[in-house]
Design a protein around this ligand. Sequence first.
Ligand code: F6P
Length: 531
Amino acid sequence: MAGQNDKPPEQTAAWRRLAGHRRQADGLRLRDEFARDPGRAQRFSLGLERVFVDFSKNLITDETLSLLLDLADQRGLGKKIGELFSGHEVNPTERRPALHTLLRAPDGIHDTHGLSYVARQARQERDRMFGFVRKLRAGEVEGATGRPISRVVNIGIGGSDLGPRLLVEALSEFHREGIDIDFVANIDPFDIERALARSDPETTLFIAASKSFTTSETLINARRARDWLRDNGCKDPGRHFLAVSGNAAAVEDFGIDQERFFRIEDWTGGRYSIWSCIGMSAAISIGEDHFRQFLAGAHALDSHFASAGFSANIPVVLGLISIWHNNFFDIGAHAVIPYDQRLERLPAYLGQLVMESNGKSVGADGGKVGVQTSQVLWGGAGSPAQHAVFQFLHQGTRASSIDFLLPLDSNHDGKQHELLVANCLAQGEALMQGSTDAGEPYRRFDGNRPSTTILYDRLDPYTLGMLLALYEHKTFVEAAIWGINPFDQWGVELGKTLAGRIAAELAGDEAPGSHDSSTEQLMGRYRSGRA
Ligand code: F6P
């Protein structure tokens, strides 16, 4: 994401001006800004179709935004966005583009960038997926004994789990009755055994979802499922498996037929793969039409990101405000609080998106990054979160920026929904406003705690597509400013290598190696079965 000649971000004139501006912002009191500027909320809000974003409760002024927009220009953000959409090698350490936007583009849209061939291939695979989805939902996919499949267990981890799991839960109102969808991710045997205990070997289909098809957690769980089928008398376990992967040879080795193999391309990053056939379990749950709406919502956000001027561009503005809080106020955490029970898993999904993408210390040019990169992303559904962690948000010594997400409409009791709305709006107001009423210091709220409120009409597939694409592009904007590559994840490799070595030593397949005394002590305690 950084050209070879990019300066580090902190050496740009805009960054230096922002640093100077930050010193003046010490005295910025949001409640005073609101009091003296009646147009603040309207000016610091943007809308797109069914989504409305109010970012007025952040630590910004008009001057802040204008300096941040200068920073975006000086970091070449426009060019970098163009490169993302046109298939440039935006992931240089893995020597490939990142074309997840192509997966949700309608026919013909990418032909101008010379991408017609890859686009056609991706669409063909998507159509194959929808063909399978239609058959399964019609009861036409049969297990080895001829009974129709009525339960689907997605076995995958990280991006091959979090996306489909989020969709199935968030869009449960669109779920097709009569088909059970379950997920297994953890290497902890409890996970697969729990899923198997609920499965009927005659009517269950396992989706082995792994881009690499080398991820040990997924392969071990998939093998356990295959053995369980055999142990339960299944003569043809292949009829109960399907694979979504980029590794055709490994899928074949596992014993899954070509016809049951759905390809994802190497230019689809794991945490950007919900738009590909990795979404199979979710597509089975919500059906082809709804899944297409999900893609269309993301595409609407893509078009906005690719074409709107920066001051009116929602992911650009939110990404820049995040840089401001993180790099200039040293706010190291960002909470995502959906006032929407269906989005309870959104923080986990966004945790991977944001922290695996931008948790980097080395720039795309190979040099050490001189500024802070990814914030910690955390969160949980409001209102339960209010009664658990909000104390920290209101009065802790460490600040966290916050996104509140709130549907205007709910399919349920309007009065109860209204209370949900009231709670969400009250939190944003309290965090910003604070309170000086109370005498005792422990009752005091300083306020000035930044938050953004994202409203949407209702949670449907289209809107969910918009929201997820919004966060993807916000993450991209931050990476572009820092000059890091958001599309690789080398930081996960060392732990995988060491786990392999320790596993071999624990199993006695390898002679005990030399470890630090803490690791050796813990291995010894495991071997002797003593805590
Ligand atoms: O180890 C991290 C990671 O590679 C993620 O980026 C990815 O989403 C996950 O593992 C699963 O990978 P795969 O789909 O190849 O099994």
